[in-house]
Structure formats: C-alpha cells, structure tokens
Design a protein. Structure first.
Length: 411
C-alpha cells in the first residue's frame, strides 16, 4: 500500500520564544512518521522576532526545529497575527508551526529578489531554472516583503511564462517599513525579497481564493479608459452609470456602495454569464463628478466587462463558504488533510463579529484538517486561471492526496 501523506499543526500563545518552539517541536515530532517531515511552515508574531537579539533566538530555534524534524524544507515569516489549529491569534504573542510528510513530492526552496541588474534595468532574480511540466501538477507557495518585492509585477510575468502554475501565498505583515520584514527559508532569515517553495508530484495543491465581495447592479462594458481611470461605461460617463445603478438598488445595498465600493473586472470574456471566480476585484480609489470618471486600483482596457461589487461581513462569509463547498465537491474522492491559509489583515475581528472566522470556515467546510497561516499585507492566489496579488482576500493552498485518506492533526 502506498504511503499516505501526513499533516500536523501546532499553535501556541507561549510568550517565551524558546518555550514556544520547544512545545511545537515535541508535539509535531511525535505526529510525523518516524519524526520526519518533508515540508514545514513557521509563522510568528513580532513578539518572537522583531529584530536584533530576538531574531537571533528565532533563527536558532528554527534551526533546532528543522534538525528535530529531519531537516524539512521550511518557509515562513513574521506576521502581524498568526493562524493555526482552530484559532486566529490576533493579539499578543503567537507562534504557528505547520508541517507535512509528503512521500514522493519534490520540494524546491525558492529565494527571490528584485533589484537593479544594470544602469537602467531592474529584474527578478532567483526564479527556479525550470518549472516541472503541467502533467506533474506543480504549484508554488510564495511569501514576499511588501516593501522590496513587487509581487504583482512578478505574477504578470509568470502568467505569461508559466500559465499552468498556481502561486498561493501572501505578503509579510510583521514590519511597518523597509527593513523590518522577516522571511524564513530553511535556516536563513531574510529582510527583503521573497521566499517560497516549488512543489510537484503526487500531492495536488489546489487553491481557493475568496475576494469577499458580491456583485451589484448590471454588467457594463468599458468604452473609454486611460490607465486606471474609467471614463465611459456603455458609451456614457462612468460616474453617471454608477449613480444610475446606485439609485436602482435597495436602501441597504446603497449604504454598502457608499461605504465599500469595488469594481470586478472580468478576467476571461469567453462566456455568456459570469459568477464566482470570473471577476478580479479591485478598489475604487476615487471618483470625479466633474469629469464623470472613476479611478480604480488597476489598469483597465476599453472593451473590458466590469460589474460593481460591495464587500461586508455577510458577503465575505458567504463567498468563502460557497467557494470551499464547491472545492469540497471538486476534490471527491480525493482527500484533503492540510492547508495553508493567507488572510488579509483587514479580515478577522476587523471584519467579522465571530472570532476565528476564516479558519473556522475552512475546517467547517472541509473537515478538521491541519491549517496554518498568517494575516497578510496582500494575498496571492489565482482567479480565473491567472495569478494575482489581492487585498481583503482569503487565499488557501489546499493539499490533496488521491487513493485514500490522508492524516491530519491540529494542536
């Protein structure tokens, strides 16, 4: 019988860095077959690594963790808040250690940077020399520094170079300015660029990306635009179309539009109807009543179909649960026992009244799988078959195995 993958996670509020890691090492080593893992992820709050001597302690503890678990490939970061087991630890010290035994899976650590390569040229360095073919089901988990790594530009390039490669992850949220981020890759700690793992083999890594919005009004076609400014929709001034749409909505939706208005841009126009996964949602960043224009946080082309969207707790809850339920139907009869969850730091208690919302939704829909993650300053994941950098999103990397049940454990 083929060896089954095993996943485990441990989350702790222990304020002592040494005690928190010791607790995680002991518990996770006992849960891995032979005490050995293939892949590990560490997410720590700033209480465990804001810099200086504290970071030296974290680095030493990560080295000890890898040694105890058989030197798995390890990725992670310091985040504003962490996620693990059944909890979202939004206040105080928190440490999440997630690990997996993945028989037969090929795992390549990735360390990328963006910088000047000549007098007038900038480029990304560190991308793997080759990406496994689509038949080997490659996927990447990527964590970047928001101050030094333009993830959105990388994703645009990779959508052209490797369109079959899903990239899931988030931007580190543990620093307030350049030089304060902490990214983990194996035994090293980095302050810039990005870290990740390229996976391929028998384990399928699927993605669930919930942008937390729902459409309102009707679909429009952009008939005039310049860069990120929409000038006309359906041959009329964009602002006029927006206000006409607003007047047709019920009072409760009008209030949502005034408080939280977004634009969903259709990713692929080759269908008659559009639903979940068909829109890339972007913020409305300004309106100009005099010129009749609407500015959004993305470039838009003439001929693009768009629909206005709103976001609130109810919409975000329904969107995530609907996508997870659909994913559950898709993966049958395969099993999922592990997931990495990257939630926007604008979600959690800032959006939902119910605590531990996103991790509760994942485990509620998919079963008591081992989930680890953090609250990110930008989330990475595919929508409509293309990878994007998002905001206010929950992005999930779901590890699926065929041929029987995988094992999961949460601590």
């Amino acid at each position: 019988m083929a060896e089954k993958p095993v996943f485990a996670v441990h989350v702790t509020r222990a304020p002592s860095t040494a005690a928190a890691f010791a607790e995680a090492r002991a518990i996770l080593k006992a849960r891995m077959p032979g005490g050995r893992a293939s892949l590990a992820a560490v997410f720590a709050t700033g209480h465990h690594g804001s810099g200086g001597d504290d970071m030296d302690v974290v680095s030493a503890e990560i080295t000890a963790l890898r040694k105890d678990l058989g030197h798995p490939t390890l990725v992670g970061c310091v985040g504003e808040s962490v996620i693990g087991g059944e909890e979202e630890l939004e206040r105080g010290a928190g440490l999440t250690v997630w690990c997996a035994h993945l028989p037969g899976e090929r795992i390549e650590p990735v360390r990328m940077q963006f910088g000047q390569i000549s007098e007038d040229a900038y480029a990304f360095t560190g991308w793997p020399e080759s990406v496994p073919p689509e038949s080997e089901r490659p996927a990447m988990v990527l964590i970047g520094d928001p101050f030094t790594f333009p993830a959105d530009e990388l994703l645009k390039q990779l959508n052209l170079r490797s369109p079959f490669l899903p990239i899931i992850g988030g931007m580190a949220s543990g620093g307030m300015e350049r030089g304060e981020s902490r990214l983990f890759l194996d035994d090293a700690v980095h302050e810039n660029g990005a870290v990740g793992v390229l996976l391929s083999g028998p384990i399928e890594v699927r993605s669930v990306v919930s942008q937390g919005c729902r459409p309102v009004g009707k679909l429009f076609v952009v008939t005039k635009a310049e860069e990120n400014v929409i000038e006309e929709l359906g041959g009329k001034p964009a602002y006029q179309q927006m206000t006409d749409m607003l007047g047709e909505l019920p009072a409760d939706e009008q209030r949502l539009v005034r408080r939280s208005l977004h634009v969903g841009r259709v990713i692929s126009e080759n269908r008659e109807k559009f639903g979940h996964g068909d829109f890339l949602v972007r913020n409305v960043v300004g309106v100009d009543k005099d010129s009749g224009t609407i500015a959004i946080s993305d470039y838009v082309r003439r001929g693009t179909s768009i629909q206005f969207h709103v976001r609130d707790a109810r919409s975000a809850d329904a969107d995530l649960k609907q996508l997870l339920a659909r994913e559950k139907r898709e993966i049958v009869p395969r099993s999922a026992a592990g997931a990495l969850l990257f939630s926007c730091n604008g979600r959690g208690s800032r959006l939902f009244e119910t605590p531990h919302h996103d991790i509760g939704a994942v485990r509620g829909e998919l079963g008591k799988i081992a989930v680890g993650g953090f609250f990110a300053a930008g989330e990475i994941g595919p929508v409509g078959g293309k990878n994007f950098l998002h905001g206010f999103t929950a992005s999930v990397a779901l590890f699926c195995a065929g041929g029987g049940a995988a094992k999961a454990a949460a601590g």
